[in-house]
Design a protein around this ligand. Structure first.
Ligand code: OMP
Length: 276
């Protein structure tokens, strides 16, 4: 089954377009988790248990796992999320020459431990650098288009000789590359005007919209423009998983931390659903 059909099913079942970002910064994990063999997995497991009923997807960002223990934690996390029947979107922002990307595409191999349902990729090296991902027909491929960070404009808003902006060209190309119907775009909620514009340009592509919560992005615009036929996800990472940090650090315990994350995911779900 196509990734976006699976995502649509999950959105309907959970009545949610929330993507819960699993970015388990070791410096911010409550002390109790540091006693485990795999602290990041122990933490994620509690967060997943507390939030999955409100999640359309989980999005682990590979940057938080790129060491030997981290990679094991990522594998365990992906397997655990899959066990809950929720799609996993691996935020890896990969792409390279074809021969190398073929290795990266193993991240989407359903038989591998890291077999994610979808991945984020960087279009900068062009179509062939993405082809192995795109050829994994059952997997979703979210192409960075207009990112949420302050420097997103440095390159993405450069005007091309033909008059369009670089991120607009990325959106147009992505639309033409979408032979298997498995492409989505990453467009941040921090630039709602660009979000609206990309939506007008490519009405049928689902978006992954990061930047609500900690980055202060526009939740209403994220839903209004991020979804194509009610398919797409709006991600919050720190705003959900570290919601329990408001308690004094020595008062933190795993239960309270997890339940604060569950409440934050539920609140975001309700808020986003107001605009669907
Ligand atoms: O590809 C992404 O998910 C992404 C793209 C983008 O433009 N901005 C962005 O914040 N992200 C990721 O989305 C997550 C946002 O985290 P929070 O700011 O904590 O909600 C991080 O994992 C970022 O790496």
């Amino acid at each position: 089954m196509n990734f976006f059909d699976r995502l649509a099913d999950r959105i309907e079942t959970a009545d949610s377009v929330v993507s819960v970002g699993l970015d388990p910064d070791m410096d911010r994990l409550p002390d109790v988790f540091h006693g485990y063999d795999l602290p990041r997995f122990a933490f994620n497991r509690r967060i997943i248990d507390a939030t999955h009923e409100h999640a359309a997807a989980f999005k682990p960002n590979a940057a938080f796992y790129e060491d030997p223990d981290g990679w094991r934690a990522l594998e365990e996390t992906i397997a655990y999320v899959k066990g809950k029947g929720v799609p996993v979107l691996l935020d890896a922002k990969r792409a390279d020459i074809g021969n190398t990307t073929r290795q990266y595409a193993d991240l989407l191999d359903p038989d591998a431990n890291t077999g994610a349902d979808a991945i984020t990729v960087n279009p900068y090296m062009g179509r062939d650098s993405l082809q192995p991902f795109l050829d994994t027909e059952g997997a979703g491929v979210f192409i960075l288009c207009r990112t949420s960070n302050p420097g997103g404009a440095d390159l993405q808003e450069l005007e091309l000789a033909e008059g369009d902006l670089l991120y607009e060209r990325v959106a147009a190309l992505a639309d033409t590359w979408n032979e298997h119907g498995n492409i989505g775009l990453v467009v941040g909620a921090t630039t709602p005007e660009e979000l609206e514009e990309v939506r007008e340009q490519v009405p049928d592509l689902p978006f992954l919209v990061p930047g609500v919560g900690s980055q202060g992005g526009d939740a209403e615009a994220a839903v209004e423009y991020g979804l194509a036929d009610d398919i797409g996800v709006v991600n919050s990472s720190r705003g959900i998983i570290f919601a329990g940090e408001n308690a004094a650090r020595d008062e933190q315990d795993a239960d309270r931390f997890a339940s604060a994350a569950g409440d934050a995911a539920k609140r975001l779900k309700r808020r986003l659903n107001q605009y669907r």
